[in-house]
Design a protein around this ligand. Structure first.
Ligand code: FEO
Length: 394
Protein backbone atom coordinates (compact mmCIF):
# COMPACT_ATOMS: atom_id res chain seq x y z
CA UNK A 1 0.00 0.00 0.00
CA UNK A 2 1.17 3.53 -0.56
CA UNK A 3 0.11 6.95 0.65
CA UNK A 4 -1.32 9.64 -1.60
CA UNK A 5 -0.94 13.39 -1.22
CA UNK A 6 -4.15 15.43 -1.28
CA UNK A 7 -2.52 18.73 -0.32
CA UNK A 8 0.78 19.66 1.30
CA UNK A 9 0.47 18.14 4.75
CA UNK A 10 -2.70 16.21 3.92
CA UNK A 11 -2.21 12.56 3.02
CA UNK A 12 -4.45 9.57 2.30
CA UNK A 13 -3.12 6.82 4.55
CA UNK A 14 -5.94 4.29 4.16
CA UNK A 15 -6.08 0.78 2.78
CA UNK A 16 -7.73 -0.86 -0.22
CA UNK A 17 -9.77 -4.00 0.47
CA UNK A 18 -9.99 -5.43 -3.03
CA UNK A 19 -11.35 -8.80 -1.96
CA UNK A 20 -14.20 -7.97 0.39
CA UNK A 21 -17.51 -9.05 -1.10
CA UNK A 22 -19.96 -8.43 1.72
CA UNK A 23 -20.44 -5.65 4.24
CA UNK A 24 -22.37 -6.10 7.47
CA UNK A 25 -22.97 -9.63 6.15
CA UNK A 26 -25.68 -8.01 4.06
CA UNK A 27 -24.44 -5.56 1.44
CA UNK A 28 -22.79 -6.96 -1.70
CA UNK A 29 -19.48 -5.32 -2.58
CA UNK A 30 -18.84 -6.26 -6.22
CA UNK A 31 -15.90 -3.85 -6.41
CA UNK A 32 -14.40 -4.26 -2.94
CA UNK A 33 -14.03 -1.17 -0.80
CA UNK A 34 -11.48 1.04 0.89
CA UNK A 35 -11.11 2.25 4.45
CA UNK A 36 -9.87 5.80 4.12
CA UNK A 37 -7.79 7.33 6.86
CA UNK A 38 -6.12 10.71 6.47
CA UNK A 39 -3.14 12.37 8.06
CA UNK A 40 -3.19 16.15 8.54
CA UNK A 41 0.14 17.63 9.54
CA UNK A 42 0.29 21.24 10.70
CA UNK A 43 3.38 23.20 11.61
CA UNK A 44 2.88 22.29 15.27
CA UNK A 45 0.64 19.27 15.59
CA UNK A 46 -0.51 16.23 13.68
CA UNK A 47 -3.92 14.59 13.46
CA UNK A 48 -4.99 11.21 12.14
CA UNK A 49 -8.53 11.23 10.81
CA UNK A 50 -10.16 7.83 11.35
CA UNK A 51 -8.48 4.45 11.21
CA UNK A 52 -9.10 1.27 9.22
CA UNK A 53 -10.83 -2.09 9.55
CA UNK A 54 -8.90 -4.03 12.21
CA UNK A 55 -7.56 -6.79 9.90
CA UNK A 56 -5.63 -4.03 8.10
CA UNK A 57 -4.22 -2.36 11.21
CA UNK A 58 -0.62 -3.14 10.34
CA UNK A 59 -1.05 -1.61 6.90
CA UNK A 60 -2.16 1.64 8.53
CA UNK A 61 0.88 1.62 10.80
CA UNK A 62 3.14 0.98 7.81
CA UNK A 63 1.51 3.91 6.02
CA UNK A 64 2.18 6.18 8.99
CA UNK A 65 5.75 4.91 9.36
CA UNK A 66 6.40 5.55 5.66
CA UNK A 67 5.60 9.22 6.31
CA UNK A 68 7.86 9.32 9.35
CA UNK A 69 5.00 9.78 11.81
CA UNK A 70 6.32 9.23 15.32
CA UNK A 71 3.78 11.25 17.25
CA UNK A 72 0.08 11.95 16.88
CA UNK A 73 -1.50 14.78 18.82
CA UNK A 74 -5.07 14.03 17.77
CA UNK A 75 -6.97 11.09 16.42
CA UNK A 76 -10.32 12.15 15.03
CA UNK A 77 -13.11 9.56 15.08
CA UNK A 78 -15.87 10.82 12.82
CA UNK A 79 -17.85 7.62 13.29
CA UNK A 80 -17.89 4.76 15.79
CA UNK A 81 -18.49 1.92 13.31
CA UNK A 82 -15.63 -0.52 13.52
CA UNK A 83 -14.53 -0.35 9.89
CA UNK A 84 -13.18 3.08 10.87
CA UNK A 85 -12.84 2.86 14.62
CA UNK A 86 -11.81 -0.75 15.20
CA UNK A 87 -8.12 0.03 15.09
CA UNK A 88 -8.41 2.94 17.53
CA UNK A 89 -7.37 0.95 20.62
CA UNK A 90 -4.09 -0.02 19.00
CA UNK A 91 -3.54 3.48 17.59
CA UNK A 92 -4.11 4.98 21.02
CA UNK A 93 -1.74 2.45 22.56
CA UNK A 94 1.04 3.15 20.05
CA UNK A 95 0.60 6.92 20.20
CA UNK A 96 0.26 7.62 23.92
CA UNK A 97 0.18 11.42 23.51
CA UNK A 98 -2.80 11.35 21.16
CA UNK A 99 -6.17 12.72 22.20
CA UNK A 100 -9.24 11.06 20.70
CA UNK A 101 -11.59 13.67 19.22
CA UNK A 102 -15.26 12.83 18.67
CA UNK A 103 -18.80 13.94 19.40
CA UNK A 104 -20.19 13.41 22.90
CA UNK A 105 -22.45 10.66 21.59
CA UNK A 106 -19.53 8.94 19.86
CA UNK A 107 -17.62 8.89 23.13
CA UNK A 108 -20.30 6.71 24.68
CA UNK A 109 -20.51 4.44 21.65
CA UNK A 110 -16.74 4.08 21.29
CA UNK A 111 -16.49 3.29 24.98
CA UNK A 112 -19.17 0.63 24.65
CA UNK A 113 -17.69 -0.93 21.54
CA UNK A 114 -13.97 -0.65 22.15
CA UNK A 115 -13.48 -0.06 25.85
CA UNK A 116 -11.31 3.00 25.29
CA UNK A 117 -10.20 4.81 28.46
CA UNK A 118 -12.35 7.84 29.25
CA UNK A 119 -9.37 10.13 29.91
CA UNK A 120 -8.15 9.87 26.31
CA UNK A 121 -11.26 11.55 24.85
CA UNK A 122 -11.84 15.15 23.81
CA UNK A 123 -15.49 15.64 22.89
CA UNK A 124 -16.21 18.53 20.56
CA UNK A 125 -19.28 20.70 20.14
CA UNK A 126 -20.80 21.45 16.78
CA UNK A 127 -18.57 24.07 15.12
CA UNK A 128 -15.57 23.55 17.42
CA UNK A 129 -12.07 23.78 15.94
CA UNK A 130 -8.59 22.55 16.68
CA UNK A 131 -5.48 24.32 15.45
CA UNK A 132 -2.61 22.23 14.14
CA UNK A 133 -0.47 25.16 13.04
CA UNK A 134 -1.56 26.65 9.72
CA UNK A 135 -4.24 24.02 9.49
CA UNK A 136 -7.61 24.40 11.22
CA UNK A 137 -9.97 21.48 11.56
CA UNK A 138 -13.58 22.49 12.09
CA UNK A 139 -15.94 19.82 13.37
CA UNK A 140 -19.54 19.83 12.23
CA UNK A 141 -22.05 17.55 13.89
CA UNK A 142 -23.88 15.65 11.19
CA UNK A 143 -25.81 12.79 12.82
CA UNK A 144 -27.00 9.75 10.89
CA UNK A 145 -24.30 9.49 8.26
CA UNK A 146 -24.50 6.63 9.06
CA UNK A 147 -25.03 6.21 12.81
CA UNK A 148 -26.40 8.78 15.26
CA UNK A 149 -22.99 9.87 16.58
CA UNK A 150 -21.39 10.96 13.31
CA UNK A 151 -19.72 14.25 12.51
CA UNK A 152 -17.78 15.61 9.55
CA UNK A 153 -14.77 17.89 9.56
CA UNK A 154 -13.55 20.68 7.32
CA UNK A 155 -9.93 21.61 6.89
CA UNK A 156 -10.37 25.31 6.43
CA UNK A 157 -7.09 26.45 4.86
CA UNK A 158 -7.06 23.59 2.34
CA UNK A 159 -10.83 23.52 1.80
CA UNK A 160 -11.01 19.75 2.21
CA UNK A 161 -14.18 18.20 3.63
CA UNK A 162 -13.88 14.89 5.48
CA UNK A 163 -17.50 13.76 5.52
CA UNK A 164 -17.18 10.35 7.13
CA UNK A 165 -19.38 7.78 5.35
CA UNK A 166 -21.31 10.51 3.52
CA UNK A 167 -20.46 10.87 -0.20
CA UNK A 168 -18.53 7.58 -0.08
CA UNK A 169 -18.57 4.55 -2.32
CA UNK A 170 -17.58 0.94 -1.91
CA UNK A 171 -14.91 0.86 -4.56
CA UNK A 172 -11.32 -0.32 -4.41
CA UNK A 173 -8.97 1.24 -6.92
CA UNK A 174 -5.22 1.54 -7.13
CA UNK A 175 -5.29 5.32 -6.79
CA UNK A 176 -7.90 6.87 -4.46
CA UNK A 177 -7.21 10.18 -6.17
CA UNK A 178 -8.15 8.79 -9.59
CA UNK A 179 -10.67 10.16 -12.03
CA UNK A 180 -14.20 10.33 -10.61
CA UNK A 181 -16.09 9.17 -13.67
CA UNK A 182 -19.55 7.72 -14.45
CA UNK A 183 -18.65 4.29 -13.07
CA UNK A 184 -17.62 5.88 -9.80
CA UNK A 185 -20.93 7.68 -9.64
CA UNK A 186 -22.80 4.39 -10.09
CA UNK A 187 -20.80 2.95 -7.19
CA UNK A 188 -21.65 6.04 -5.17
CA UNK A 189 -25.35 5.64 -5.96
CA UNK A 190 -25.26 1.97 -4.92
CA UNK A 191 -23.59 3.06 -1.68
CA UNK A 192 -26.14 5.84 -1.15
CA UNK A 193 -28.97 3.34 -1.63
CA UNK A 194 -27.56 0.83 0.80
CA UNK A 195 -26.06 3.09 3.47
CA UNK A 196 -27.52 6.58 3.30
CA UNK A 197 -31.04 6.30 1.88
CA UNK A 198 -32.62 5.23 5.19
CA UNK A 199 -31.43 8.56 6.62
CA UNK A 200 -32.58 10.73 3.71
CA UNK A 201 -34.59 13.10 5.88
CA UNK A 202 -31.70 13.69 8.30
CA UNK A 203 -29.27 14.29 5.45
CA UNK A 204 -31.67 16.74 3.82
CA UNK A 205 -31.91 18.57 7.14
CA UNK A 206 -28.17 18.83 7.76
CA UNK A 207 -26.80 19.18 4.24
CA UNK A 208 -27.08 23.00 4.27
CA UNK A 209 -24.47 23.02 7.06
CA UNK A 210 -21.84 21.85 4.62
CA UNK A 211 -23.27 23.37 1.44
CA UNK A 212 -22.28 26.73 2.87
CA UNK A 213 -18.59 25.73 3.00
CA UNK A 214 -16.11 26.60 0.23
CA UNK A 215 -15.29 22.94 -0.42
CA UNK A 216 -12.70 22.13 -3.07
CA UNK A 217 -12.11 18.46 -2.26
CA UNK A 218 -14.23 15.80 -0.57
CA UNK A 219 -12.33 13.03 1.20
CA UNK A 220 -14.86 10.42 2.37
CA UNK A 221 -14.20 7.36 4.49
CA UNK A 222 -14.83 4.89 1.64
CA UNK A 223 -13.96 5.06 -2.03
CA UNK A 224 -12.32 7.71 -4.16
CA UNK A 225 -11.48 11.24 -3.08
CA UNK A 226 -13.70 13.64 -5.01
CA UNK A 227 -11.82 16.49 -6.64
CA UNK A 228 -14.91 18.06 -8.18
CA UNK A 229 -17.34 18.32 -5.25
CA UNK A 230 -20.25 19.45 -7.41
CA UNK A 231 -20.35 16.04 -9.09
CA UNK A 232 -21.24 14.17 -5.94
CA UNK A 233 -23.12 16.97 -4.21
CA UNK A 234 -25.40 17.51 -7.20
CA UNK A 235 -25.97 13.76 -7.41
CA UNK A 236 -26.92 13.67 -3.73
CA UNK A 237 -29.33 16.57 -4.17
CA UNK A 238 -31.02 14.56 -6.91
CA UNK A 239 -31.12 11.30 -4.93
CA UNK A 240 -32.34 13.05 -1.79
CA UNK A 241 -35.10 14.95 -3.59
CA UNK A 242 -38.60 14.12 -2.39
CA UNK A 243 -40.07 13.63 -5.86
CA UNK A 244 -39.53 10.15 -7.31
CA UNK A 245 -39.06 9.50 -11.00
CA UNK A 246 -41.38 7.89 -13.51
CA UNK A 247 -40.01 4.46 -12.66
CA UNK A 248 -41.60 1.25 -11.42
CA UNK A 249 -39.50 -1.46 -9.80
CA UNK A 250 -40.84 -4.97 -10.20
CA UNK A 251 -39.21 -7.39 -7.76
CA UNK A 252 -40.33 -10.95 -8.18
CA UNK A 253 -39.66 -14.62 -8.09
CA UNK A 254 -41.51 -17.43 -9.76
CA UNK A 255 -41.52 -21.17 -9.13
CA UNK A 256 -43.56 -22.52 -12.04
CA UNK A 257 -43.75 -19.52 -14.43
CA UNK A 258 -47.22 -18.24 -13.50
CA UNK A 259 -45.88 -15.24 -11.59
CA UNK A 260 -43.20 -14.69 -14.24
CA UNK A 261 -45.92 -14.61 -16.90
CA UNK A 262 -47.77 -11.97 -14.88
CA UNK A 263 -44.60 -9.93 -14.41
CA UNK A 264 -43.79 -9.97 -18.11
CA UNK A 265 -47.32 -8.90 -18.96
CA UNK A 266 -47.27 -6.06 -16.46
CA UNK A 267 -43.80 -4.86 -17.47
CA UNK A 268 -44.83 -4.77 -21.14
CA UNK A 269 -48.05 -2.97 -20.25
CA UNK A 270 -46.18 -0.37 -18.21
CA UNK A 271 -43.62 0.19 -20.96
CA UNK A 272 -46.41 0.62 -23.50
CA UNK A 273 -47.87 3.34 -21.28
CA UNK A 274 -44.60 5.25 -20.99
CA UNK A 275 -43.58 4.04 -17.54
CA UNK A 276 -39.92 3.08 -17.16
CA UNK A 277 -39.54 -0.29 -15.46
CA UNK A 278 -36.72 -2.20 -13.85
CA UNK A 279 -37.42 -5.89 -13.35
CA UNK A 280 -35.47 -7.96 -10.81
CA UNK A 281 -35.63 -11.73 -10.44
CA UNK A 282 -34.96 -12.14 -6.74
CA UNK A 283 -33.55 -15.63 -7.22
CA UNK A 284 -30.48 -14.16 -8.92
CA UNK A 285 -30.63 -10.44 -8.13
CA UNK A 286 -27.71 -8.24 -7.18
CA UNK A 287 -29.39 -6.47 -4.27
CA UNK A 288 -27.23 -3.40 -4.89
CA UNK A 289 -28.86 -2.95 -8.30
CA UNK A 290 -32.28 -3.29 -6.74
CA UNK A 291 -31.22 -0.64 -4.22
CA UNK A 292 -30.07 1.71 -6.98
CA UNK A 293 -33.44 1.41 -8.71
CA UNK A 294 -35.26 2.06 -5.45
CA UNK A 295 -33.50 5.43 -5.11
CA UNK A 296 -35.69 6.83 -7.90
CA UNK A 297 -38.73 4.55 -8.14
CA UNK A 298 -42.24 5.92 -7.67
CA UNK A 299 -43.84 2.47 -7.56
CA UNK A 300 -42.72 -0.85 -6.13
CA UNK A 301 -44.41 -4.00 -7.40
CA UNK A 302 -43.83 -7.16 -5.38
CA UNK A 303 -44.65 -10.29 -7.33
CA UNK A 304 -44.70 -13.67 -5.67
CA UNK A 305 -46.09 -17.15 -5.81
CA UNK A 306 -47.73 -18.40 -2.63
CA UNK A 307 -45.55 -20.74 -0.61
CA UNK A 308 -47.03 -22.57 2.37
CA UNK A 309 -49.73 -19.96 2.71
CA UNK A 310 -47.57 -16.86 2.39
CA UNK A 311 -45.28 -14.97 0.06
CA UNK A 312 -42.12 -16.61 -1.23
CA UNK A 313 -39.31 -15.98 1.31
CA UNK A 314 -37.20 -14.23 -1.34
CA UNK A 315 -39.97 -11.70 -1.91
CA UNK A 316 -40.48 -11.27 1.81
CA UNK A 317 -36.77 -10.57 2.12
CA UNK A 318 -36.89 -7.97 -0.65
CA UNK A 319 -39.92 -6.38 0.99
CA UNK A 320 -38.19 -6.24 4.37
CA UNK A 321 -35.05 -4.80 2.80
CA UNK A 322 -37.04 -2.15 0.93
CA UNK A 323 -38.85 -1.31 4.14
CA UNK A 324 -35.52 -0.81 5.91
CA UNK A 325 -33.95 1.25 3.12
CA UNK A 326 -36.94 3.63 3.13
CA UNK A 327 -36.96 4.70 -0.52
CA UNK A 328 -39.13 7.61 -1.57
CA UNK A 329 -41.66 5.44 -3.48
CA UNK A 330 -45.26 6.59 -3.29
CA UNK A 331 -47.12 3.51 -4.52
CA UNK A 332 -46.89 -0.26 -4.18
CA UNK A 333 -48.73 -3.25 -5.53
CA UNK A 334 -48.72 -6.98 -4.94
CA UNK A 335 -49.28 -9.42 -7.75
CA UNK A 336 -48.80 -13.17 -7.97
CA UNK A 337 -50.15 -16.64 -8.24
CA UNK A 338 -51.63 -18.96 -5.66
CA UNK A 339 -52.68 -22.59 -5.59
CA UNK A 340 -55.30 -22.82 -2.88
CA UNK A 341 -55.25 -19.65 -0.80
CA UNK A 342 -53.08 -17.70 1.59
CA UNK A 343 -52.49 -14.28 3.02
CA UNK A 344 -49.71 -13.11 0.74
CA UNK A 345 -51.09 -9.62 0.11
CA UNK A 346 -51.55 -8.77 3.78
CA UNK A 347 -48.19 -10.27 4.62
CA UNK A 348 -46.29 -8.26 1.99
CA UNK A 349 -48.23 -5.07 2.69
CA UNK A 350 -47.32 -5.43 6.35
CA UNK A 351 -43.69 -5.95 5.42
CA UNK A 352 -43.46 -2.53 3.78
CA UNK A 353 -45.53 -0.64 6.33
CA UNK A 354 -42.75 1.88 7.05
CA UNK A 355 -42.84 3.11 3.45
CA UNK A 356 -46.31 4.62 3.92
CA UNK A 357 -47.07 4.06 0.27
CA UNK A 358 -50.49 3.96 -1.30
CA UNK A 359 -51.31 0.31 -1.92
CA UNK A 360 -52.77 -0.25 -5.36
CA UNK A 361 -55.29 -2.97 -6.17
CA UNK A 362 -53.53 -6.37 -6.03
CA UNK A 363 -53.79 -8.87 -8.87
CA UNK A 364 -53.81 -12.55 -7.92
CA UNK A 365 -54.24 -15.52 -10.21
CA UNK A 366 -55.31 -19.00 -9.17
CA UNK A 367 -52.69 -21.03 -10.94
CA UNK A 368 -51.69 -19.63 -14.32
CA UNK A 369 -52.99 -16.14 -15.16
CA UNK A 370 -56.07 -16.15 -17.42
CA UNK A 371 -57.65 -13.39 -19.47
CA UNK A 372 -59.30 -11.85 -16.42
CA UNK A 373 -56.01 -11.52 -14.51
CA UNK A 374 -54.17 -10.21 -17.55
CA UNK A 375 -56.85 -7.59 -17.98
CA UNK A 376 -56.48 -6.71 -14.28
CA UNK A 377 -52.73 -6.25 -14.86
CA UNK A 378 -53.53 -3.90 -17.73
CA UNK A 379 -55.74 -1.90 -15.36
CA UNK A 380 -52.94 -1.86 -12.80
CA UNK A 381 -50.61 -0.51 -15.49
CA UNK A 382 -53.20 2.15 -16.33
CA UNK A 383 -53.34 3.17 -12.67
CA UNK A 384 -49.56 3.32 -12.29
CA UNK A 385 -49.18 5.36 -15.49
CA UNK A 386 -51.85 7.76 -14.28
CA UNK A 387 -50.22 8.07 -10.84
CA UNK A 388 -46.85 8.76 -12.46
CA UNK A 389 -48.10 11.61 -14.61
CA UNK A 390 -45.96 14.70 -14.13
CA UNK A 391 -43.01 12.85 -12.57
CA UNK A 392 -39.51 13.35 -13.90
CA UNK A 393 -38.22 10.86 -16.44
CA UNK A 394 -36.26 7.89 -15.17
FE1 FEO B 1 -18.00 2.89 6.90
FE2 FEO B 1 -20.71 3.29 8.80
O1 FEO B 1 -18.97 2.79 8.48
Amino acid sequence: MTTFRIRDGVEWVGVMDWDRRLFDELIPLPDGTSYNAYLVKGSQQTALLDTVDPPFAEVLFEQLASLGVERLDYVVAHHAEQDHSGTLPEVMRRFPDAVLVCTPKAKGMLSDLLELPADRFLTVDDGATIQLGGKTLRFIHFPWVHWPETMVSFLEEDRVLFPCDLFGSHLAQSNPMGEYGPCTLVAAKRYYAEIMMPFRAMIQKNLPKIEALPIETIAPSHGPVVQRPAVIMDAYRDWLADAPRNLAVVAYTSMHHSTRHMVRHLVDALAARGVAVEQFDLATVDLGKLGIALVDAATIVLASPTVLGGAHPLVLYAAALSNALKPKARYAAVIGSFGWGGKMVDQLAGSIAALRVELLEPVLAKGAPKAAELAALDRLADTIAQKHQGLRGA
